[in-house]
Design a protein around this ligand. Structure first.
Ligand code: XMP
Length: 327
């Protein structure tokens, strides 16, 4: 922790000069990459979208932007992201890596192993390693932010995108250097930069979504079937809470099954937990005080529309000691 604190100085929201920050970062990316090629993964979240725009402004077509279809994203997400960026003049290629990810996640139950072996290694080594070789890129541009490092280095949760700060030499291990223009910013400050870069409000005010995607919301083994259940529940939660003023809301699939009853018959069913958080920068968070009718509607829809779900709960514990995601 000590080393990290000396190395990265946070730029607070009231200290930010967005135009100056943007100019400096474009300059930095340009001079680091020189006349070479860089690649980046765009998920559509505010961090990776901001980095994509900075990289695009710095490198033009020498930045290759990919959407990694890991099979863990929400409904229709790949197509939405690609078409949004097409409107901004940025070409995004979809890479189908579903099988690679599900193979790597098979049989893993431990949360940190899921993040490390299942997501991080698969992403950086198998999927990106291959893309780097094919494209000839020497640089990976990514949207790691201050909070990602803080929690990972403190040993709370290994954020999927933290490498160098954990002593990982990406050049030696994966064959490319990582450039991280947003390291000094927290989420609220990134949103200001995103807005100044001309990204639409749907992006700069977008709810955070974790790098490990829905795998961060499945307790126990991540399989295509279990992801599909949490995906369906996520769609319902996002529809029903769309007008709620909260930092983030989500559906979680539990590992344990419980006895339920449907059409007069016993059903040993699944459990979905809903979480909805009030927070400024995700460092601390409190559950949103949702009204009971909203919760009832969520429970009715989830038990009716998501196959096999007989129990729906709402989390009322704060972060800390909870974390926002469950994995
Ligand atoms: P936690 O669960 O650590 O989440 O309280 C805090 C915020 O970070 C998001 N999150 C991640 N974002 N990569 C990311 O880019 C990750 O590995 C990751 N894990 C959690 C989470 O959605 C919340 O907004």
């Amino acid at each position: 922790m000590g080393v990290f604190q000396m190395e990265i100085k946070e730029i607070k929201i009231n200290e930010l000069n967005p135009e100056k920050f943007i100019d400096e970062k474009i300059q930095e990316i340009s001079s680091t990459v020189g006349d070479g090629i860089a690649i980046n993964a765009l998920s559509g979240g505010v961090d990776s979208s901001t980095v994509t725009m900075l990289g695009h402004k710095a490198l033009g077509s020498r930045l290759r932007t990919y959407f990694i279809e890991n099979g863990l994203m929400r409904d229709d997400e790949p197509q939405q992201v690609v078409s949004l960026f097409k409107n901004l003049g940025v070409h995004v290629e979809i890479i189908d890596a579903k099988e690679t990810f599900f193979k790597a996640l098979k049989g893993i139950i431990d949360p940190e192993e899921k993040r490390d072996k299942g997501i991080t290694k698969t992403f950086y080594k198998d999927v990106f390693g291959k893309l780097v070789k094919e494209s000839g890129a020497k640089f990976l541009l990514q949207g790691t932010i201050y909070t990602d490092i803080e929690e990972t280095v403190a040993g709370i949760k290994r954020q999927h995108n933290v490498l160098e700060q954990l002593g990982i030499d990406t050049e030696e291990q994966y064959g490319y250097k990582v450039i991280e223009p947003l390291l000094e910013l927290r989420k609220d400050t990134v949103r200001v930069v995103a807005k100044h870069l001309g990204l639409p409000e749907s992006t700069y005010n977008r709810m955070p979504f974790p790098g490990p995607a829905l795998a961060a919301r499945v307790i126990g083994e991540v399989t295509p079937e279990r992801i599909e259940i949490v995906r369906k529940a996520t769609t319902i939660v996002e529809e029903e809470l769309a007008n709620i003023d909260a930092f983030q809301y989500m559906a979680i699939l539990h590992e344990d099954r419980v006895t339920g009853i449907r059409s007069g018959k016993r059903e040993f069913g699944r459990q979905i937990e809903i979480r909805c958080w009030d927070s400024v920068d995700a460092t601390v968070a409190t559950p949103t005080c949702l009204n009971f009718e909203t919760l009832e509607k969520l429970a009715d829809r989830i038990t009716r529309e998501v196959p096999g779900v007989v129990s729906v709960t709402y989390n009322i514990a704060k972060k800390p000691p909870s974390t926002m995601e469950v994995v």
